[in-house]
Design a protein around this ligand. Sequence first.
Ligand code: M6R
Length: 359
Amino acid sequence: QKDGFRFFMEKEIYEQSVVISDTLMGRLREDEVVFDELDSTLFDGINEIKLCACGTSYHSAMSASYLFERYSKIKTSLEIASEFRYREPIMTKDTLFVAISQSGETADTLETLKMAKAAGLKTLVICNVDNSSMVRVADAAILTRAGIEKGVASTKAFATQVVVFWMLSLYVAKLKGSLTKMEIAAHISTLREVPSHVKVDDEMHERIKRVSKRYLHGHGFFFIGRDIFYPLALEGALKLKEISYLHAEGYPAGEMKHGPIALADPELFTIALLPKHLHYEKSKSNVEELSARDSTICAISQIPFDKADDFIEITTCESYMLEFFEMMVVVQLLSLEISIRLGNDVDMPRNLAKSVTVE
Ligand code: M6R
C-alpha cells in the first residue's frame, strides 16, 4: 500500500498535488468560488469568524486568519480547542464558529463545536471525513477531500485545509464585496497553479536528503517566518518534533530579538522561510541577525541567500501563496529526512495516536 515509498507520510507528501486538484474540483469558476454544500445565508449577519482546532488543524486555522482579514475584511479570531473549552469564552451571535479537523473526531474540538451550537452560534466544520461526529453536529460542512491520511504526522490534510480556507476567503470576499471580480479571478488562476507547485521535484528531494545530514544533533530548531509564513513555521516545527523527537519551535521572525536570539550559537538551527513576495527584506534582516550570532541557517527561498549555511531553492513563482505551498513541501520533506536519518519509525511516532478522541 505504500506504493514503493518508505513511509505513508512520504507517500502522502507526494500525493498532495493530486488531492489538491480534487479539493479544487468543481469549486472554481472564472471569477467566483462555489461551494455546493454551502448556503450563503450562513454568512448573513456575521461580523466575526472564530476558528477553533488542535495541532496541525490549528496551524491551518491560523493561516486562514491572515486570509480572512486580508481578503474578506472580516474580523477573525483563533482558539486552541482545549483552551476554549475551559476558559468561559464570550460568544456572540454575530460570530460564525468554524471548527477544523482532519478526522472530525478530536474530542476537544468536537466539544467546542457543541458549546458554540448550544450558545446559539452558527457553525461550520472544515473536515476530511464525511459523516464524522463534527460533520454531523455542525450546521454546515466543507470537505477537504484529502483522502485517507495514515501518517500520524499530518501533511496532505493540512495542505487541503489551507486550500479550502483560501477559497472560502474569496467566497466571503465576494459576498462582502471586499475584492473586485478581477481580483477574485486573479486569485482563482493562482489557485489553479497550486497542484503543479506542490509536485515533489526529485532533484529537490535529493538535495533535502543531503542537507538533512547537518541537522541531526543541535540543541534546538527555530522555524521562523512572518505573516502567513508564521503558521507555516509553527507547522514545520510541529512536524519535526513529532517524528524526530528534536526540540523545535515555530516563531514569528520579528520576535526573535525579544528573547530567543539569546540561544543563538552554531548548535542552534534556524530554518528560515524567506518568501520573495511577502515582507522579504524584513524577514531577511531577522535571519541576518541570527547569522551574525552564529546560528546555523537553512534558508528556503527563491532568492539566493548568501548568509545561509544551506540554501533550499524553491521554484520561481509570482505569488506569495504559491511560495507558501512550495515551502510547505520543503519543511515536510526536511522533517521526514531528518527523522529517517535518525532511524525513527516515521509513521508510528512514539507517544502519539492519529486521532485524539480523549480530552
Ligand atoms: O483530526 P484533527 O485534525 O482534529 O487532529 C488534530 C491534531 O491531533 C493533529 O493535527 C495532530 O497535531 C497531528 N498529529 C499533527 O501532525
